[in-house]
Ligand binder design. Structure first.
Ligand SMILES: *Cc1c(COP(=O)(O)O)cnc(C)c1O
Length: 421
């Protein structure tokens, strides 16, 4: 959120380190701890040991810049290649697939959109004003990306059964359509879109299909291995051209790492930017950004190697157990319910009769950090391994606040869902 700051002058003299860090202690006094168990917004915590490995690996390479990977830091190129290979294996990619590490889901999506646009210039030459068809629930990063690369977004209005609507998407396909998107799962509801149907549309109409697995890419494969019902979402689905998966979410890396993976590595020519127009020689990157912190890349590699598939699977099992316990506790009470049958770790809590804004405000007062949902009005909990021990306390507070709202002791002051960075 915008902050006016306090020191408004760039002082002539520097500040000594001791005083500086004391000042930082004071400045951070109002912050939440990211790994507070009451943080149900975004605490991608996989265990103190995992966090320690992530920090150590990050710190080792915090000074290294991956843009000099080829000349100065072959280690970073190796980490990146191995992270990509492990992720392609996890997402069942065929021979010939490729990918790279970006700085986050937004950049993965930006590069997917840019790749689809340039692919479309070759494969959809009639699309003179190229369009992307998005489910209602797709992440706003697609609109951001479309603005940047000069494409138009056609966003669907409904999500029947809280999933993307392939029939509506098909009806929206026209001569300018280049790209279809589905999410596995989308952030708002945590319910995987009908990827197979949408990918079939992409194939039959000759379109680029991107699966946004930013939040689910490192979750759904392990759910599947645990025998939980997961609809097909990865490269096993014919017609899926690219997948984004965030390392810095359920990959548990340090902040600043995501993957963009392509079924056919030959399409990297549509993603890569190269220029030798300036006096310093060839400049060539797969990403929008130039410099990339080696720490984010190294920490991704270290955590994947440290945990192995078994480690990820155990943590997903913990998420499943926590989700189940919350749903059962709410079902026993009867006034609040989990929306649909989310496969994701992001679950929505809604009610037929109670004002969910008032309930959200009550939980805020009790120290919980929860996300909000506008359509329908609800709460959004992001369950991670951090929350294995909080179910009883969460249910007790949720039901106590529900009592207050039901009896009229609490009414909404009128806050709403905001994501302001
Ligand atoms: C988090 C998320 C994004 C954006 O990722 P950032 O890392 O915040 O840029 C995109 N799509 C989905 C489904 C997400 O959950």
């Amino acid at each position: 959120m915008a902050h006016d700051g306090t020191n408004r002058v760039f002082a002539e003299q520097g500040t000594d380190a001791k005083a500086l860090f004391a000042e930082m202690d004071a400045i951070t006094a109002g912050d939440q701890r990211w790994d507070d168990p009451k943080n149900l917004k975004a605490s991608y915590w996989a265990g103190d040991d995992v966090v320690a490995v992530m920090h150590q690996a990050y710190a080792r390479h915090i000074d290294d810049n991956a843009i000099y990977g080829a000349s100065l830091f072959p280690s970073l190129m190796r980490y990146e290649a191995e992270v990509v290979a492990m992720a392609l294996d996890m997402l069942e990619a065929p021979e010939g697939a490729a990918g790279g590490i970006t700085t986050g889901g937004t950049e993965s999506i930006l590069m997917a959109v840019r790749t689809a646009r340039d692919w479309g210039r070759v494969h959809r030459p009639g699309a003179l004003a190229p369009e992307i068809i998005l489910p209602e629930t797709a992440h706003p990063a697609f609109e951001k990306a479309a603005q940047v690369v000069g494409m138009t977004v056609v966003r669907m209005k409904d999500s029947p059964g809280w999933r993307a609507d392939p029939a509506a998407m098909e009806a929206a396909i026209g001569e300018n359509t280049v790209m279809l998107v589905a999410s596995a799962p989308p952030y708002p509801y945590g319910i995987v879109d009908p990827i197979t149907e949408i990918a079939a549309l992409a194939r039959s109409h000759g379109l680029w299909m991107h699966v946004d697995g930013c939040i689910g890419g490192f979750l759904l494969p392990f759910l599947h291995e645990l025998g939980e019902p997961v609809p097909p979402f990865d490269f096993r689905v014919d017609g899926v051209d690219s997948i984004s998966a965030d390392l810095h979410k359920f990959g548990y890396s340090g902040r600043g790492a995501s993957l963009l993976l392509l079924r056919d590595g030959a399409n990297e020519i549509h993603q890569r930017f190269s220029s030798d127009a300036w006096p310093s020689g060839t400049y060539s990157t797969l990403n929008f950004g130039g410099s990339r912190n080696g720490g984010a890349i190294a920490s991704s590699w270290a955590v994947m190697r440290y945990l192995g598939r078994a480690g990820y699977r155990e943590r997903v099992a913990s998420v499943v157990a926590t989700k189940r316990a919350i749903a059962e506790g709410l079902a026993a009470d009867g006034r609040l319910t989990v929306l649909g049958k989310p496969q994701g770790a992001n679950i929505c809590i809604v009610s037929d009769g109670l004002d969910m804004v008032a309930i959200a405000e009550g939980l805020d007062e009790r120290g919980w950090l929860t996300g909000r949902l506008q359509r329908p009005s609800g709460l959004l909990f992001l369950i991670t391994p951090r929350h294995a021990g909080i179910v009883d306390a969460l249910l007790a507070d949720l039901l106590a606040v529900a009592d207050d709202v039901a009896s009229g002791r609490r009414t909404a002051a009128g806050s709403q869902a905001v994501y302001v960075g």
